[in-house]
Design a protein around this ligand. Sequence first.
Ligand SMILES: [Zn+2]
Length: 104
Amino acid sequence: MSNINSRSSVVLCMFTSEWSDGTVITTPGTYDTVTGEVTPEVSDSIPSQDATLEEEYIDVVINGESCRRTVCPECHEYTMNTEGIDIPGHLTYVTSCPGCGYEE
Ligand SMILES: [Zn+2]
């Protein structure tokens, strides 16, 4: 029997979403530091129906350091990954989702 939590790359995190009506929902979840996959626990609180999602992020401790990572606004399943791409002449940073490929 395989246990997903036995993977050493999976750590606990706090998943937060902020809505346009001022609702802030924080729920515990897990975060895979290798793939960037976020799995929040189901939350009871829901914002009002016409509220739109403004920001979604996780707070996680990796190697003893607390970090905040933005969650992909498209699939909500992965954190955005920032990579430096060296185009001759200048270094450009591209932020993209490893899950669905969404780019900021
Ligand atoms: Zn995505």
